[in-house]
Design a protein around this ligand. Structure first.
Ligand code: PGA
Length: 252
């Protein structure tokens, strides 16, 4: 009953011209592969080009962050209304790079999440443990805490527009991937917390992605797991061929 969602996180890569070229290359490769949703989360300045270049395809477009205030004196920030106005439908919130390099906390992740949902965006909320936490055996506690803090005040109705991305920080951009069993286990922990917060029906319907060095070689094994409903893909989402193979794996 859950639909796979394969989302690319381009991070700080590609200009509008490169975005158009990418979309033109990707669209025919995934045409007819309708068994999953496909999202490209691109830099702010590429959103308009991505929306234009993917019109008429099944590729949806997202941003990589959003501010929680609707407008005002927040130099350098972008509001949910602005994202919607240029055609973005999704937004990544709480990515570990935002948390590590830009001072993002569970409190600001929660504010952004509530603002994005209230405005009508679909949220890809990222959680995940760092290496020391996994080695200390507290992965479950860490993701449970993040889920509870980041979703505080989010209603059951709004959960229809929430995707959780489980991204072990030690696996992001490192070439180290969680084993399919590790990914499944922690995605399962997240589903149990969602069950405690929102009940079994919503927990069972929520898409939980794995992210962290997912690529064209390991995607099928990861996506084959019960609790893994898709992927948030960084490096491999910059290559149309690799990304198309991952979409294909989600259709198998
Ligand atoms: P990666 O990034 O696939 O390059 O590890 C994933 C992410 O940061 O979302």
């Amino acid at each position: 009953m859950r639909r796979y969602v394969i989302a690319g996180n381009w991070k700080m890569n590609n200009t509008p011209d490169a975005t158009r070229a990418f979309a033109e290359a990707l669209a025919p490769k995934i045409a007819g592969k309708d068994g999953c949703d496909v999202v490209l989360c691109v830099p702010f300045v590429d959103i308009a080009a991505a929306v234009e270049a993917t019109r008429g395809t099944r590729i949806r477009v997202g941003a990589q962050n959003v501010h929680y205030e609707p407008k005002g004196a927040y130099t350098g920030e972008i509001s949910a209304e602005m994202l919607l106005a240029v055609g973005a439908e999704y937004v990544i919130i709480g990515h570990s790079e935002r948390r590590t390099y830009f001072g993002e906390t569970d409190a600001t992740v929660n504010l952004r999440t509530k603002a994005a949902l209230a405005a009508g965006l679909k949220v890809i909320l990222c959680v995940g443990e760092v290496k020391e936490q996994r080695l200390s055996g507290i992965t479950d506690e860490v993701v449970r805490m993040q889920i509870k803090l980041d979703l505080a005040g989010v209603t059951a109705e709004e959960m229809k527009n929430v995707i959780i991305a489980y991204e072990p920080v030690w696996a992001i951009g490192t070439g180290l991937t969680a084993t399919p069993e590790q990914a499944d286990e922690t995605c399962g922990v997240i589903r149990r917390v969602l069950g405690e917060l929102y009940g079994a029906e919503i927990a069972g319907a929520t898409v939980i992605q794995y992210g962290g060095s997912m690529n064209e070689k390991n995607a099928a094994d990861l996506l084959g797991k019960e609790n893994v409903d898709g992927g948030l893909i960084g490096g491999a989402s910059l290559k149309p061929d690799a990304f198309a193979v991952i979409v294909e794996a989600a259709n198998a």
